[in-house]
Design a protein around this ligand. Structure first.
Ligand code: GRG
Ligand code: 1GP
Ligand code: MG
Length: 241
């Protein structure tokens, strides 16, 4: 049953903002998941994303199984690679790195993924993934061999995001990169949002409630946070339901 994307659309219609907690399988041990997910459940988080730019084979499968034992929130794969596909999750962001020009990350990995996806019930959500420079070299740059878009070239970022929509993608993800020094600017978020009809995800370097609210008021429909929770779980105390 395909309901994850529909639910995102319904939330947007109701003017509800969404928050995804990103769990990187390489940074969490199974033993810590129950406690961590307990905090996620008590917070305003609406989704759990699972993925990393470099993840060991089979790690994701075991981790998602454990996460699902402890939460009713939808678990969405945010994969850096085909090896991160597991049937245990509810959906997958079928990312195409449209800020880059590496065919492997535009179409190649996707063709590779299809035989695996056929064997799952995952809801596949085509997502235009746009990497924007944010103060330091990111893992995504390293893994994909692509350059991020210049934050000063807003017109080009807007056109790139819009191209994703025109190609039929259902979501656009503006990515500053894991642990970005500065989050994507309000101006970029708001200019991109104004040009789109589809939902907008924003992530990378968001570390406080104030920054979450700034992203929402600029136009983000869903904010993703990973590093800030990895570094200090007390951040959840600011985000209690
Ligand atoms: C189509 C399939 C199944 C796979 C390829 C999907 C594509 C095109 C991915 C784009 C490039 C990429 C490597 C994205 C990684 C996205 C991700 C999970 C980022 C979060 O991981 P980080 O937090 O950056 O990881 P580290 O903290 O380990 O650096
Ligand atoms: O880890 P952080 O900096 O929160 O970034 C989240 C996500 O956008 C990374 O792919
Ligand atoms: Mg990370």
């Amino acid at each position: 049953m395909e309901y994850i994307f529909k639910d995102i659309m319904s939330s947007i219609c109701l003017q509800e903002k969404l928050l995804a907690v990103l769990i990187d399988p390489d940074k969490f041990s199974i033993e810590n998941i129950e406690g961590f997910i307990g905090k996620v459940n008590r917070s305003i988080a609406t989704h759990v994303f699972v993925g990393g730019s470099t993840v060991g084979v089979n790690t994701t499968d075991v981790l998602v199984e454990e996460i699902k034992k402890h939460t009713k929130l939808p678990v969405i794969l945010f994969p850096g690679d085909v090896t991160q596909i597991t049937d245990k999750a509810n959906a997958i962001l079928f990312l195409s790195l449209i800020s880059g020009r590496n065919p492997e990350y535009l179409i190649g990995k996707h063709v590779e993924a299809v035989s695996k996806l056929r064997k799952t019930n995952l809801e596949v959500i085509p997502t235009g993934y746009v990497l924007i420079e944010s103060g330091k070299k990111t893992a995504v740059e390293r893994v994909t061999g692509t350059s991020p878009m210049l934050r000063s070239n807003i017109e080009y970022i807007v056109d790139t995001a819009k191209t994703g929509e025109l190609l039929g993608m259902k979501l656009i993800y503006l990515e500053g990169g894991s642990g970005a020094i500065y989050p994507i600017s309000k101006e970029i978020v708001s200019r991109v949002k104004k040009s789109l009809q589809i939902p907008l995800i924003v992530g990378g370097g968001i570390r406080s409630k104030k920054e979450i609210e700034e992203a929402y008021s600029a136009g983000a429909d869903l904010v993703v946070i990973g590093t800030a929770f990895e570094e200090d779980e007390s951040f959840f105390d600011d985000l209690i339901k």
